[in-house]
Design a protein around this ligand. Structure first.
Ligand code: TYD
Ligand code: MG
Length: 457
């Protein structure tokens, strides 16, 4: 087969060269040169001459009102958390990219999907593990399927031939970084291989109407397959996140052509594979330490679900000249801002103390609504007086010490009530939009960080 020629094009200014360089000579950007295939002038001329390219297919040109609506057909995976993130199941013929750090549980999730989905014919293409290794894992997960086929192959031409022969309904490619097209000279895992391999799988999926899960490792920069080349091509992008040292895993929708990206799925990695976490609040609060200073309960929105979490603050005398600030699961800069606000507005002297902050359970919270809980946990630890364990605290902290309104207040309050909390402190600004009679839980509004500190201690 003729080798295709490639060139290197700068992704920021468009400069191209036959040789790769780390820095673009034109715009001086680093790491922006990526490999692209060259289409030969001759090929283009040939295609133009054949005229087929110029013919408009009248079927493709229609007024919107003339197009009949179809209900997209979806296959339920029967993994509730995955179905939720997908927007109600796998849309037939869709291409789903699932990214995550190595070892986070992508292959495990794909195997469990195969088990749960039932009678569909599934082809699992594995470039990373041998068939017997997969069998071992399946034994560990305790399942045995007759319509689940394993192909240990990395050459996409062969994979294509098998797909065309076997006609599976679902194909899993684990991982896209290991497969390659022989027409392209560069090694598996490079940009052009990734892009061309994904394009081939997409064309196959659309023409034969099967769904594809493409597993991709996240690179050090935190992007799926280095540059985001694949994200715009596929229909759905899911990201599997979590700390390897903790058992919780979060499946997040980053892009979804068939649903919202607001949803997340929560799993726990156990001895017997991934277990769905249907009631996250219960889990994150399961190891609570009642009556300890520095521990404050707050409610964070994970997708459209409120999840109660425990914020743990520890303030201890500093042994060095420069006090330490450590934050796990919460933005470090935001922690510094909150410390500064506490110093200024509550008159605390925190520069003699080290401050450690942790969100229990190893999840990351990227939401301003827990600011006030962070502030109160630091305050509680400094004073060494516990915050009432039946109280939930919510609110964004502004630079002048004001407590700003938060979103989804009602849902968060309902969740706190459901879990048996007796009191919730929320921003004053949220009160006017709430019908307080609806709640059995005591709701108190605060306008300033100072008011909150007086309420809790
Ligand atoms: P894996 O699915 O291989 O990760 P990925 O495909 O994302 O690289 O998961 C690997 C980790 O999961 C491994 O460290 C062991 C752990 N694990 C369990 O804890 N329990 C199980 O039942 C299985 C199958 C894996
Ligand atoms: Mg794997």
């Amino acid at each position: 087969m003729a080798k295709l020629k490639s060139k290197y094009t700068c992704q920021s200014c468009g400069y191209s060269s036959v040789r790769w360089s780390g820095k673009c000579p034109e715009c001086n950007n680093w790491n922006s040169m990526t490999e692209e295939l060259i289409t030969h002038e001759k090929d283009i001329r040939e295609r133009k001459n054949s005229k087929s390219i110029l013919k408009v297919n009248e079927n493709n040109f229609k007024a919107l009102s003339d197009i009949s609506s179809i209900n997209e057909s979806r296959t339920k995976t029967h993994i509730t958390e995955l179905d939720r993130v997908l927007g109600g199941g796998i849309v037939d013929g869709s291409v789903i990219l699932i990214g995550g750090d190595p070892g986070i549980g992508k292959s495990t999730l794909m195997l469990q999907l195969a088990e749960k989905i039932g009678d569909k014919k599934i082809l699992y293409v594995s470039g990373e593990e041998s068939a017997s290794q997969i069998k071992l894992r399946a034994d560990r997960l305790n399942f045995n399927l007759s319509n689940f086929f394993i192909l240990s192959e990395t050459n996409l031409d062969i994979i294509q031939a098998v797909i065309e022969r076997e006609r599976p309904e679902i194909v899993v490619v684990d991982s896209i970084q290991t497969v390659y097209r022989s027409e392209i000279e560069s090694a598996p895992g490079t940009v052009s291989q990734l892009r061309e391999s994904t394009a081939l799988l997409m064309n196959l999926a659309k023409s034969d109407n099967f769904s594809v899960f493409i597993v991709g490792h996240i690179t050090k920069e935190g992007m799926i397959a280095g540059p985001k080349v694949l994200e715009h091509m596929v229909d759905v992008v899911l990201q599997f996140e979590g700390e390897r040292t903790h058992s919780f895993r979060i499946l997040r929708g980053i892009k979804n052509r068939f649903g919202s990206t607001n949803e997340i799925g929560i799993f726990e990695m156990t001895e017997a594979g991934l277990k769905e976490v249907l009631n996250p609040s219960d889990v994150f609060l399961s190891q609570r330490n009642y009556g300890a200073s520095g521990c404050v309960i707050s409610a964070s929105m994970e997708g459209t679900r409120p999840v109660l979490i425990e914020v743990q603050g520890l303030v201890s005398s500093s042994n060095y000249g420069i006090p330490q600030r450590t934050s796990m699961g919460f933005d470090y800069k935001k922690l510094n801002i909150i410390v500064a606000v506490l110093e200024k507005k509550l008159g605390l002297f925190l520069n003699k103390y080290d401050i450690f902050l942790n969100i229990a359970g190893g999840i990351k919270i990227d939401e301003p609504a827990i600011d006030l809980a962070v502030a109160m946990s630091i305050y509680s630890s400094l004073k060494d007086i516990p915050v009432d364990s039946e109280t939930v605290i919510l609110g964004e902290v502004g630079l002048s010490g004001e407590v700003r309104t938060i979103s989804y207040a009602e849902r968060r309050i309902t969740e706190a009530e459901k879990l048996g909390f007796r009191k919730i402190i929320i921003p004053k600004g949220n009160l006017k939009n709430l019908n307080l009679k609806k709640f059995k839980i005591k709701v108190e509004g605060v306008g300033k960080i100072k008011e909150a500190s007086e309420l809790i201690i």
